[in-house]
Design a protein around this ligand. Structure first.
Ligand code: WTA
Length: 659
């Protein structure tokens, strides 16, 4: 692959003032490039020693481990800290609550700015114990999966931790998914117990969460109970044979519950994510390795110090929320913000009001939010005291220079480093990032690998490792790290096929990457059929399957298209069955996707066309559709395999006419 764009000289941003000002700010844990290099080298050359030391430093083990790493990518049998036994909730709550019960664990910033509250570690422990006892009283036990479909309220965090306390596996489903998507996940994970709320609130609007759950579980005979937390207090349907009111039952429970000590390799949770084929993958993370990866990366990537207020704006339904709202901060005994609202509610100043109000020290969001706020203009930032900020971060998609500069100048005031953190649901925690006190940054680069991560750039065609420092190819990782997902729930073969067989001996990320002359990594985006819309991972084939469920649709093809605001957006092409022409319009098809997946997956554009471009063997040529939508009709490439070349001009017209 061409390395031309690696030749562009990018400005280097040195470590900014707040990280160097030891009088007024804490001294960074990793405060020089030499220190980073020393530790990084140890983590790669001697991973057993490195991770054993950190595992003892960061976690409390009820029984010590003897083996550090076992297994390899070749066999897909990775295990960390095999003989070790621990409990994630004990590590995230008890040990802090017992020492420091009044320290705030969660700052709940509710949708309406004046309705939030703080939850201390002492309160969190009592709430978690009560819920853990409740779950036990309904027969939930170690190894059972519990589905959580909750708004961003403290009780959602309590739900995660109550499961972990008794060794149950939580399977959190983002509350933007439709009832059908929820149903599929409940069935795939065989969850007998569901935790939800009456309604959610976002941007002043009501989300009918319980109704969505009712629709989902109607078709899940496996579900025995639905526990309903009262968020808004509105009247919602209630099936007394199956549903349980949180507030009624919790009162009966004792606020003490012994922990279930589990093996390091016992599952902690399942989290579904989109892959290149239609069916979502339930990635399974285990207790010891995941918790260690979360805790260590939280401390070093965010340079966490006692007293910091960590503001991760993600949703708990995604991996970012799991790792950097809940497990990473709480394992470190930190104070974490749970933000229920959106960046625009009630005004585009909401984030900055929140930073000011809670004196947030680390602020973490997605480039899509930065682009959106930049579009609304600086005046919404002006006048807000952001002096508490020490570090600002991004995750989820590549960040463009303009957005990076705006974040740096307007939010960070050139005083705070930007950490562009690259990772995935599968990696469990951050794997490429600048360490804020040690590594100068370049806008748009995620900089260097985190401890224990041995990245390689592979030639996508030959699979050969490119050993030149300047390299362009696909990103793979050579060695296991503690928080890598261990399997796809109930489908280990798919796990092997997706991650370890495309390039034997390596973990394959699915992302394209460049490495420049300074060894800095530049994530280019997905090289598979995954589209990244506002940092949400969507699979083209999942959306195509959703369209095909519609009785009128004969064929569907979905492509990702550049979008200034959301990074990428979804454009879909559909052909209709001949007897259905005229009976179905674009609105019906959009609704169909909302129904099967959720509103966030709805295509921005749907083109109903007569025919799709195909090869002579009948494969849809998405490459051509992508070019047509992007307006690059002079670069359609090799058309010799297309079965009906006359189709192209018709498609170009169809797309033009609908714009
Ligand atoms: C993309 C989110 C560029 C990437 C934590 C990856 C990024 C996918 C970055 C994982 C970044 C994540 N720069 N791209 N800093 N971070 N991505 O599983 O394509 O929701 O494969 O995890 O997001 O998305 P996921």
């Amino acid at each position: 692959m061409s390395t031309d764009h690696l030749k562009i000289e990018h400005p280097i941003h040195p470590i900014p003032p707040r990280l160097l000002d030891e009088k007024n700010y804490p001294k960074p844990h990793i405060d020089s490039i030499q220190k980073y290099e020393e530790l990084y080298k140890e983590s790669i050359d001697n991973p057993d020693k490195f991770w054993a030391r950190l595992a003892k430093e960061f976690l409390h083990w009820h029984k010590p481990f003897e083996t550090v790493l076992s297994g390899d990518f070749e066999h897909g049998n990775i295990a960390w800290f095999q003989e070790g036994e621990l409990n994630a909730t004990y590590n995230c709550v008890d040990r802090h609550a017992l020492k420091n019960p009044d320290k705030v664990a969660i700052i709940y910033e509710a949708d309406e700015p004046d309705q939030g509250r703080n939850v201390t570690y002492g309160e969190l422990l009592r709430d978690v114990c009560r819920l853990a006892n409740l779950l036990k009283s309904y027969g939930v036990k170690k190894g059972d999966t519990v589905a959580i479909y909750m708004p961003m309220v403290p009780e959602a965090v309590v739900s995660f931790l109550a499961c972990a306390r008794i060794g149950a596996i939580h399977s959190v489903v983002f509350a933007g998914f439709s009832s059908e998507a929820l149903k599929d996940r409940i069935i795939d994970a065989s969850s007998k117990f569901v935790i939800t709320a009456d309604e959610g609130r976002r941007s002043g609007k009501t989300i009918h969460i319980k109704k969505i759950v009712d629709d989902a579980v109607k078709n899940c005979p496996i579900v025995e109970h639905v526990l309903v937390f009262r968020r808004t207090g509105s009247d919602v349907p209630f099936n007394s044979n199956r549903d349980i009111w949180w507030h009624d039952e919790i009162k009966k429970q004792r606020p003490h519950c012994p922990i279930q000590i589990v093996n390091a390799e016992d599952p902690l949770f399942i989290l579904y994510t989109s892959g290149s084929t239609g069916k979502p993958k339930g990635l399974l993370h285990t207790t010891g390795g995941y918790l260690l990866g979360s805790a260590v990366s939280f401390k070093y990537a965010f340079d966490y110090h006692e007293g910091d207020i960590h503001g991760c704006m993600a949703d708990i339904g995604w991996i970012t929320g799991h790792t950097y709202i809940i497990y990473g901060p709480l394992a470190n005994g930190a104070t974490t913000v749970l933000f229920e609202s959106t960046p625009l509610y009630p005004s585009p100043s909401r984030y900055w009001e929140t930073v000011k109000k809670h004196k947030i020290t680390q602020f973490y969001t997605a480039p899509t939010a930065i682009r959106l706020l930049r579009k609304h203009g600086q005046e919404h930032v002006k006048g807000h005291d952001l002096s508490s900020l020490r570090l600002i971060g991004t995750v989820g998609e590549p960040i463009q220079f303009e957005a990076w500069d705006w974040y740096d100048e307007v939010i960070g005031r050139k005083e705070c480093p930007i950490i562009d953190t690259y990772w995935q649901t599968e990696t469990g925690s951050i794997i490429i990032t600048p360490l804020p006190g040690a590594l100068p940054t370049k806008p748009g680069s995620a900089v260097y690998p985190f401890f224990g991560i041995d990245p390689v750039v592979l030639d996508p065609v030959t699979g050969e490792e490119i050993s030149d420092i300047e390299a362009e190819g696909v990103l793979s990782i050579r060695k296991p790290w503690p928080s890598i997902a261990r399997t796809i729930y109930n489908d280990h073969e798919r796990y092997l096929n997706t991650y370890f067989r495309p390039y034997r001996g390596y973990y394959f990320t699915g992302d394209g990457v460049g490495r420049d002359k300074d060894g800095y990594y530049w994530i280019r985006g997905r090289v598979d059929d995954v589209i990244n819309v506002s940092g949400h991972r969507l699979s083209t084939s999942e959306i195509e399957s959703a369209l095909l469920v519609h009785s009128s649709v004969a064929e569907a093809a979905v492509v990702g298209v550049h979008d200034d605001l959301t990074g990428q957006c979804v454009h879909a092409f559909a052909t209709l069955k001949s007897d259905q022409e005229g009976t179905t319009d674009v609105k019906d098809l959009t609704l169909q996707v909302r129904k099967v997946i959720g509103p966030f997956a709805a295509p921005k554009r749907i083109y109903i066309v007569k025919d799709l471009p195909k090869t002579r063997s009948g494969k849809i040529m998405r490459r051509i559709l992508r070019k047509i939508v992007a307006g690059e009709t002079d670069q359609l490439g090799d058309l010799s395999t297309i079965s009906d070349p006359s189709l192209i001009s018709k498609l170009i017209d169809d797309v033009k006419n609908s714009n």
